[in-house]
Every structure is written in C-alpha cells, then in structure tokens.
Design a protein around this ligand. Structure first.
Ligand code: PMT
Length: 224
C-alpha cells in the first residue's frame, strides 16, 4: 500500500512503442506492449494521483481514472509530452521511443524494384525525456527507463547522468521472461548516489515498488 503522498499529485507517463512511418502502409517500431507504463499509470491513479498517460499504439484498456492521449510517432509523443510536462509533478518515461525516423516518408506505397537492396535514410528523433529534464521552469521529477541487452548498469548510469534524470529503472531486455511484452519484469533503479534492485515480479507489483521508490526520492530531494 502506498502512503497518502500521491493524493492530488500530477503524474505524466509515457508508454508503449512509437511507430515511424516509411510509407502509408509500413512503419518501423519495436516490441513494447505498453504493459509496464500502463501498470504504473493504474497504480498511480489508484493511489490518488491525477494521471495523464501518453500512449503509443498498444492494445490495452485505459486504466480507471486515467486520462489517456494516444499518439503514433516519436515527434507526436514529444509534442504531447512537452505540452503537459510543466504541469506535472512527476514525469515517467516508460515508452520505447524510436531513436530514429525515416528521413523522407513516401507519399505513396513504395513499389518493389529490380534491385536486391533498398536503403532507407534515418534521422534522429528528439529525445523526449532529456527535453523534459532540461526544463528550466516547472521541471517535474524525471524518471527514465533504460532497456539494455548488455552492460546494463554502465549504460543505465550513463543515461541517468547524460539525460540529467532523477531516477532511472534499468531492465535487461535480453531475457525474454522480462522487459518487452512480458507479464513480469525486474529492474535495478539508479539515482545519483544510490541504487536498488527490484526482483522479477508481475509488472503490476513492480509498478507499486517503483512508485514507492519515487516517493522516497522525492521526499529526500525536498529535504535538501
Ligand atoms: O511496454 P512493455 O512491453 O511492458 O515493456 C516495457 C519496456 C521494456 C518498454 C520498459 O520497461 C522500458 O524499458 N522502457 C524504455 C525503453 C527504451 O526505449 O529505453 P531506452 O534505453 O532506449 O531509452 C532511455 C530513456 O529515454 C527511456 O526513458 C525512454 O523513454 C527515453 N527516450 C528514448 C529515446 C527518445 N527519443 N526519447 C526518449 O524520451
């Protein structure tokens, strides 16, 4: 059970994958199901928070009491997050945002040619969580995730400091029992000066443990 500290707190969460169009019928994406982010949204709303959930294309029902905004691409997710971030107390970036999008989206369905190779040019997408963490005015407490297949701790700590986050939840997504599109997950959370391991458990339970940790970190920060 969570303490009463979430009552009335405004929490902004991203979940799911993004889809980067190639042409009108094709896209680049990833295996995120949205389950981890939706579990966080449900748990925060049940604890009394005012939750806005910015969701990529997922096949999940909106948790009770949660305001949901659906988006497709990383650019759309970026715009939706930036227009709500300053009114949030806590931002949790759980979405698996595509780092790159196709430079020029074809207007018509691309035709197969005689060539055996086809090249797509990709350009970098905006880094949503880094932009939230860089807000100078009304910056929410910013929590990221790190999905890694190797050197999990090193890459996660690097993202924590490079993106200037308050907390990062690292998951080892090389293991199919956890991470993308599984019912369970395990994370190691890192913050400046500390870390906490949360073992494999249903994403619904893990969401509660992550919210408890956020609550503790927020309380610590406010004492400084
Ligand atoms: O959705 P599920 O199937 O339940 O799976 C959950 C999950 C594995 C997707 C989730 O636990 C998770 O790890 N989410 C983050 C996935 C990811 O894209 O990680 P990353 O290491 O590439 O990104 C690091 C952080 O930067 C993340 O908070 C991400 O939201 C953010 N980011 C990344 C790129 C970008 N352009 N903008 C961002 O904000």
């Amino acid at each position: 059970p969570l303490a009463g500290n979430w009552q009335g707190k405004r929490v902004l969460i991203t979940a799911g994958p993004t889809r980067e169009a190639i042409d009108p019928v094709r896209y680049l994406s990833n295996h995120s199901s949205g389950k981890m982010g939706f579990a966080l949204a449900a748990a925060a709303a049940a604890a009394g928070a005012k939750v806005q959930l910015i969701a990529g294309p997922v096949a999940l029902a909106t948790p009770e009491g949660v305001e949901r905004i659906d988006v497709q691409s990383a650019q759309q997710m970026h715009a939706a997050v930036m227009s709500h971030a300053s009114s949030a107390d806590v931002f949790i970036g759980c979405a698996a945002v595509a780092d790159y999008r196709v430079a020029e989206v074809a207007e018509q369905k691309m035709k197969k040619t005689k060539q055996d190779e086809l090249q797509l040019t990709l350009v970098k997408n905006p880094d949503i969580i880094a932009d939230v963490a860089a807000l100078q005015y009304q910056r929410p407490f910013t929590v990221g995730f790190a999905a890694e297949t190797q050197d999990v701790a090193r890459y996660a700590k690097d993202k924590l400091s490079r993106k200037k986050l308050d907390l990062i939840c690292a998951n080892d997504v090389a293991n199919p029992a956890q991470g993308f599109n599984s019912e369970q997950n395990a994370i190691v959370a890192y913050w400046p000066g500390g870390e906490l391991s949360l073992p494999l458990q249903p994403k619904t339970h893990l969401a509660l443990a992550i919210l408890q940790l956020i609550e503790q970190r927020l309380a610590q920060q406010q004492q400084l």
